[in-house]
Design a protein around this ligand. Structure first.
Ligand code: FES
Length: 105
């Protein structure tokens, strides 16, 4: 398992399934920003919550959305647990699954 962090009280851990890759996000840091800082290839384009390219399935844990995901995601996707990585601050350790282009609807 690849770990790219040193857990402290000021960090949350994001685990990317099914790869088992883990990285840390600093307090207040967005999921996409933390992933890119650690060199992960995470699908993204706008980074401001308008394109939906960073759509990610939140498997477990809690995030704080920085905008209303309903502008980009359907209510069904939100109910299923999808989030926008570029607009999500971790409130706890999380497990997520990146949605790759071929899986997009
Ligand atoms: S990168 Fe465009 S919505 Fe997140």
């Amino acid at each position: 398992m690849l770990k790219a962090f040193k857990k402290t009280a000021a960090t949350q851990i994001a685990r990317v399934e099914p790869l088992g890759v883990e990285f840390e996000a600093s307090r207040g840091e967005r999921l996409l920003s933390a992933a890119l800082r650690h060199g992960l290839e995470w699908p993204h384009r706008c980074k401001v919550g308008s394109c939906g390219t960073c759509k990610t399935l939140l498997i477990s844990g809690e995030i704080k959305p920085q905008l209303d995901f309903a502008y980009v995601l359907t209510s069904k996707e939100i109910d299923e647990g999808y989030i926008l990585a570029c607009q999500s601050i971790l409130k706890s350790d999380v497990s997520v699954r990146i949605v790759h282009r071929k899986e997009r609807k």
